[in-house]
Design a protein around this ligand. Structure first.
Ligand SMILES: *Cc1c(COP(=O)(O)O)cnc(C)c1O
Length: 358
């Protein structure tokens, strides 16, 4: 840790462990063999994180014109793939410079076609059941078989659009065996379909969504077996994980402002709040944490922030040592879907500092 870069007298602060992230991405890259690895910028688009990942990935997956511009500015030489529902015409025009566009609907394809040449994957929303997923990406995402066939028909009139394959990000929160099973079922449907459309060298983008276990942080996604399993698919495979790459390498560190007991419940009120770290609210979990400044016999308390809402809870009824104002707590696993998904301006408290371990 570089003590010049990290002023621990100022809370709250995000600390990103770029050195740890670099080790982690190198291991993931090696496990994936011939599968392309794209990082989903929406998990955490911090420029230092993007620069740390860039040498180890094949590119960055972006989901908006804003992300595309940010990634191009930060990493001018790194390939991008462009996905996301509800693309505007301006975004489609920008996206033509991406190495692949993930088309979400026949009407999107019809709006893309007049813009000139483009390399596309069609995003499929196949009726495959995913029992243990944290989120299933059904609903508005991608296309059913009828809509995919409609796209194939449209493409026959538009030789400037090159169809390379199928994109299918169907679920998130799955472990490696479940993800592999899903990948095989996608391939089983997609490869014959692509062959029927005359696609040589088919590509399958199998999305992201690799499980991150916030309650048991040591329970990690098995990249080795996933990479080995994907290598059996007779196509060019590509994945675009976000959370499982960066979640482990961020901390939100803050100090205790007040401790009080109300109606028999003990509350630890921390500087900052879920307007900086929204992850526990969106995921409905207790954010894992470490108390850095004290130890002793533990008793239950609820860790909250400074917001005037009962939803501003980091962790409910968790065991903590005796805490007093000034004690410091580090929330772990705050490197993905944390700062960038939070409602920073609610209540107008100061923003956290950002520090990087290199
Ligand atoms: C969000 C998203 C990802 C990344 O998902 P993670 O759960 O962060 O791995 C990848 N692809 C698409 C299409 C997405 O919407």
């Amino acid at each position: 840790m570089n003590e010049h870069a990290i002023d621990l007298n100022s809370y709250p602060a995000y600390i990103y462990d770029l050195a740890g992230l670099e080790d982690h991405i190198a291991v993931i890259r090696a496990s994936l063999r011939s599968t392309d690895l794209f990082y989903a910028a929406k998990a955490n688009p911090d420029a230092e994180i993007l620069r740390t990942l860039a040498p180890h990935v094949d590119g960055i997956e972006v989901s908006s014109g804003g992300e595309l511009n940010h990634v191009r500015k930060t990493l001018p030489k790194t390939p991008t793939v462009f996905g996301g529902p509800g693309k505007t015409n301006e975004e489609l025009a920008l996206a033509r410079r991406a190495s692949r566009i993930h088309v979400e609907s026949p009407s999107e394809l019809a709006r893309l076609a007049p813009l000139g040449s483009a390399d596309v994957l069609l995003r499929a929303n196949l009726p495959l059941r995913t029992p243990n997923a944290a989120l299933t990406m059904s609903g508005p995402f991608g296309m059913d078989e009828d809509a995919l066939n409609e796209c194939a028909f449209l493409l026959t009139d538009h030789p400037q659009i090159t169809l390379h394959g199928i994109h299918a990000h169907l679920a998130s929160g799955l472990d490696a065996p479940a993800m592999l099973k899903l990948a095989y079922r996608i391939a089983e449907w997609a490869l014959p379909w692509l062959k029927a459309q005359g696609v040589d060298n088919p590509e399958l983008n199998l999305g992201g969504g690799m499980a991150v276990d916030y309650l048991r942080p040591h329970n990690r996604f098995d990249w080795e077996s996933y990479g080995a399993g994907l290598s059996l698919i007779p196509a060019k495979t590509r994945i675009e994980p976000g959370r499982a790459i960066t979640a482990y390498h961020g901390w939100y560190v803050t100090d205790v402002l007040d401790v009080k007991t109300t109606h028999g419940e003990t509350y630890i009120i921390l500087r900052g709040g879920t307007h900086h770290l929204r992850t526990p609210v969106t995921k409905g979990h207790n954010q894992p944490f470490k108390v850095l400044t004290t130890s002793g016999p533990e008793s239950p308390a609820t860790l909250v922030g400074q917001l005037c809402t009962p939803k501003d809870v980091f962790a409910r009824d968790v065991l903590v040592p005796p805490l007093t104002p000034g004690d410091v707590i580090a929330f772990t696993m705050a490197g993905a879907y944390a700062w960038n998904i939070s409602h920073h301006d609610f209540l107008m408290h100061p923003k956290p500092a950002f520090h990087y371990i290199r």
